[in-house]
Design a protein around this ligand. Structure first.
Ligand code: DUC
Ligand code: ZN
Ligand code: ZN
Length: 484
């Protein structure tokens, strides 16, 4: 064996056990009570976990209005690795007028030679032309991009309900997963316009302009559309108990509906948006952070299995004129980029508050941070678990190490962290990707460019039977033509 990780406590999404892990040719080739190899890592007192899979982050991505994220595939992947991730799946954003294949080629050129960990992309579809639907989405799927994200809000990104049904149907036909940013555009615009007209422009009004009702209405509509054509759908960044309840209900009904939430909704509140001056801009994301009762409700949904994935939604815009304050120091909340960094803190925060805090088990932590993403995004069992034949993507954690979060300790290109000053116990100390050390002894030891594109397969929807819409039954007169 090339490498053996000795004496650690191994945990997967289902089991926790003492074992040595043997690695040959970048894959796990032995799991046994005692192994020896050419090289050995002593993991005594440590946890040996599947490397995290960060499945929602914005890297080298420009917004529809042209603002570029502060992180590229080099800094974003390094930061992800320091946070215990061995794979990430940022977005490749199509903007109107761009072809899908042109979009993927662009992101290939951005990722090529830059990433220290393996990567894929979710395709953002903002311009579902006939060509995109008939030719390019199937080509994207064949190329290993097997998840498509759509927006129900933002004038330059949003799709209407008919376009949503088109995309859901194409995705379903090819076995892809659709993801959705679900907020009601009309409600947000209506209330935002009134707030700004009344001079209420500070960051705190961002939360007021994105009420829970806007999320609940859109999630309800998105689920209704997906269930109508019996297509799988993942609701990203769920921020309210109302939204989470809708996801839970649909899952209980057997629909192929999945949910994601993010650290900001568990650890921050709208009080943070009300910090002095423009400081609140650092905490602006969409949907917005809410309140402590919401945090408790979302924890319960994490415990109960409503959420399959827990992602950072790392959307790095610096607190300066290149990012949040590009429209000046007195910009209104409508002019401030939405998003905050957190790619390196997602797993430590969840471990510290979730596992050490007794809210979730270590196995749930592994499922939420890695295994479920691998399954939903078509990478399992190659990634997301520690099993014979799987890529040796492994994070070794010190469950006792306590650190205080500071921006100086981050490895992204940001000038702030919204989690500044927070005490966190449990940190990844070594991260392996395909058996190669990326982080060792708290240091980066891998070269940018070693990360490979992962051509993803069909997502695994086992255990989600789906729902039937009688009017779309192919046995009906018109069903055969219109059945998705
Ligand atoms: N949606 C995201 O997924 N991330 C950042 C901002 C947004 O609207
Ligand atoms: Zn979004
Ligand atoms: Zn996002």
């Amino acid at each position: 064996m090339d490498l053996v990780i000795r004496n650690g406590t191994v945990a997967t999404a289902s089991d926790t056990f003492k074992a040595d892990i043997g690695i040959t040719g970048g894959r796990v080739t032995a799991i046994a009570e005692s192994l020896s190899g050419e090289r050995e890592i002593d993991a005594t007192g440590k946890l040996v976990l599947p490397g995290g899979i960060e499945a929602h982050c914005h890297i080298a991505q420009e917004s529809a209005t042209g603002g570029m994220t502060a992180d590229d595939y080099r800094s974003g992947s390094i930061s992800a690795a320091f946070g215990g991730n061995s794979c990430f799946v940022p977005f490749a954003a199509q903007h109107r007028g761009m072809g899908v294949i042109e979009t993927l080629d662009l992101y290939d050129s951005r990722a090529e030679g830059a990433s220290v960990i393996d990567y894929g992309y979710h395709l953002i579809v903002a311009d579902p032309t006939e060509k995109a639907l008939a030719e390019e989405l199937p080509q994207a799927f064949a190329r290993g991009v097997t998840s498509f994200k759509v927006f129900m809000t933002y004038d330059l990104m949003k799709i209407d309900d008919g376009q949503f049904l088109d995309i859901l149907s194409v995705a379903k036909r090819h076995g892809a997963l659709t993801m959705v940013h679900a907020e009601n555009s009309g409600i947000i615009k209506w209330i935002s316009d009134r707030l700004v007209a009344a001079g209420h422009t500070q960051p705190r009004y961002h939360a007021i302009s994105h009420p829970a009702a806007a999320e609940a209405e859109a999630i309800n509509r998105a689920i209704t559309l997906a269930r109508f054509v019996d297509a799988p759908l993942l609701i990203v960044h769920v921020s309210t108990p109302e939204g989470a309840g809708l996801v839970a209900k649909a899952r209980l009904d057997g629909a192929k509906i999945f949910g994601e939430t993010c650290p900001q909704y568990l650890f921050l509140t709208k009080e943070d948006l009300d910090r002095p001056g423009m400081e609140g801009a650092k905490f602006m994301c969409s949907p917005p952070v809410r309140d402590t009762a919401t945090q408790e409700a979302l924890w319960r949904h994490l415990q109960a299995g409503t959420f399959s994935v827990f992602s950072s939604d790392h959307a790095p815009y610096r607190f300066d004129a290149s990012g949040k304050l590009s429209k000046g120091p007195d910009a209104s909340f409508k002019q401030i980029a939405n998003g905050m960094p957190g790619i390196a803190l997602r797993l430590p925060l969840l471990f510290s508050e979730g596992v050490r805090g007794g809210r979730i088990t270590l196995n749930q932590f592994v499922a939420l941070g890695s295994t479920n993403a691998a399954k939903l995004y078509g990478m399992h069992p190659q990634k997301g678990t520690i099993a014979i034949g799987a890529d040796a993507d492994i994070a070794i954690w010190d469950p006792e190490e306590t650190r205080t979060v500071t921006v100086e300790d981050q490895h992204d290109n940001m000038d702030y962290t919204p989690f500044e000053g927070r005490q966190v116990t449990g940190w990844p100390v070594t991260v392996l990707s395909r058996g190669e050390a990326v982080i060792e002894g708290g240091k980066l030891v891998a070269e940018p460019g070693r990360g490979r594109f992962v051509a993803r397969a069909r997502p695994d929807f086992t255990g989600h039977p789906g729902t039937r819409t009688p009017e779309l039954d192919p046995g009906w007169n018109f069903g055969a033509e219109i059945a998705p």
